[in-house]
Design a protein around this ligand. Structure first.
Ligand code: PMP
Length: 405
């Protein structure tokens, strides 16, 4: 045991609950994680002690709120090793971060006939924004396929690149398969062909140490709610020379320098992309979540989650008729599976009655479901606060449920 898991669990009030009179087993962490008391306190403290609208007013509360908001920006910069704070744009989540790039990069750099490569394992939020942009600009989406074991066929990447390819959009970690993609290598291939890369880090940021400079990412997107932080907060990192050339995504307050009916000039980075009043308390509390995560240590969390993954995988594979989707060695704590003869939805609903929270369905990854010719899976996903005892409870409940069908 790398850290004191009992003590860690005490930090999360929601985990102390009973569901249907049974201790909660929360295995839906890929959908959203739970929050430690420190994050909940940070939200409350913001509203009780220093809430005001940021950046604009010359009064004490606004100054304090602005300082705390900007402090989180610096914490995010440090967390992902970005060169400068101007490259950290707060959004409402990964989805908005990707939509921002699809719109603004599209406006600046995409011409009719250009191509975007998107992998087959992407979440809908890293497919649909590109389709919308492609529809607007007359561009084309090209799919990078996967193997049946959940590996990206990156050996095919070069052959999919044409002289019209402008960007590769790929997830760092699959929310269904758990596959950790070789994004640094993909970035190298992209850049050696003069192509940009957007990495969807929604499933990576809480589980891997991210270094955007080492990855040489052009854009990197993630969400606070999957990192023990508040929902409604996300981040877009971008290379400065690109962000500077891209037009604003939304118009409104804060993103302008000067507004005249004859024409408007825009604010500097990152404010050019932060129109309107943002999620002030959420961003401030995200700072508390990052502090908490740093204290746990992302490497420690990842090592424990890998132990849980291996422990659960071994037990699940003893169940007759159970198939796991995504069997890569480089894998994060996500297990998607189906059991022959039992619908995934029935499995999930019955597990809930044992107090076990898993996700069922297509996981916003229809093309991936099509690849495996399935409608959906059951997905169990782990966080550092989960235990082997919980996995034992889960496997025993699963066996009981299966025996009922
Ligand atoms: N990409 C991946 C890989 C995800 O798992 C998710 C969330 N399920 C998203 C993008 C979208 O994140 P959000 O809903 O926080 O915008």
């Amino acid at each position: 045991m790398i850290f004191d898991i009992d003590k860690i669990r005490q930090d999360f009030p929601i985990l102390q609950q009973k569901i249907y009179n049974r201790p909660l087993v929360y295995f839906d962490n890929a959908a959203t994680t739970q929050r430690p008391q420190r994050v909940i306190d940070a939200l409350t403290r913001t509203y009780t002690e220093y809430y005001g609208n940021i950046h604009r007013a010359a009064h004490f509360l606004a100054d304090k709120a602005t300082e705390a908001y900007e402090q989180t920006r610096e914490m995010v910069r440090e967390l992902i090793n970005a060169e400068s704070r101007e490259q950290i744009i707060f959004t409402k989540g990964t989805t908005e971060s990707i939509n921002l790039v699809a719109f603004s990069f599209g406006e600046a750099f995409i011409q009719e006939g250009d191509e975007i490569i998107v992998s087959e394992m992407e979440h809908h939020s890293n497919i649909v924004p590109w389709q919308l942009m492609a529809g607007r600009k007359g561009a084309k989406i090209v799919m990078l396929p996967i193997d049946d074991d959940g590996r990206l066929q990156i050996e095919k990447l070069e052959s999919l690149i044409s002289n019209r390819t402008k960007l590769i959009a790929v997830t760092h970690v699959s929310n269904v398969l758990g596959t950790i993609n070789p994004v640094k290598q993909i970035a190298q291939i992209a850049h050696s062909n003069g192509i940009r890369i957007l990495i969807d880090g929604a499933q990576a940021a809480a589980h891997l140490r991210i270094d955007v400079q080492d990855l040489d990412a052009d854009f990197y997107a993630f969400s606070a709610h999957k990192m023990y932080g508040p929902n409604g907060v996300g981040v877009l990192y971008g290379k400065k020379e690109l962000l500077e050339q891209m037009p604003p995504y939304q118009g409104g307050g804060e993103m302008i320098s000067e507004v005249k009916f004859a024409g408007t000039t825009y604010n500097e980075l990152p404010y050019k992309f932060e129109a309107g009043t943002p999620n002030i308390s959420g961003v401030i509390a995200f700072g508390a979540a990052i502090g908490y995560l740093q204290q746990i240590g992302i490497e420690n969390a990842a090592a424990w989650e890998t132990e849980l993954l291996n422990y659960a995988t071994k037990q699940l594979l003893t169940i007759p008729g159970l198939r796991i989707y995504g069997t890569q060695v480089e894998k994060s704590g996500v297990i998607s599976f189906n059991v022959e003869g039992v619908h995934f939805f029935d499995l999930g609903t019955m597990l809930d009655k044992f107090g076990i929270a898993v996700r069922t369905g297509h996981h916003c990854a229809d093309p991936l479901m099509d690849h495996f010719d399935i409608q959906g899976t059951v997905r169990a996903s782990f966080a550092f606060y989960n235990t082997k005892e919980e996995i034992d409870v889960f496997v025993a409940a699963l066996k009981k449920v299966i025996s009922m069908f």
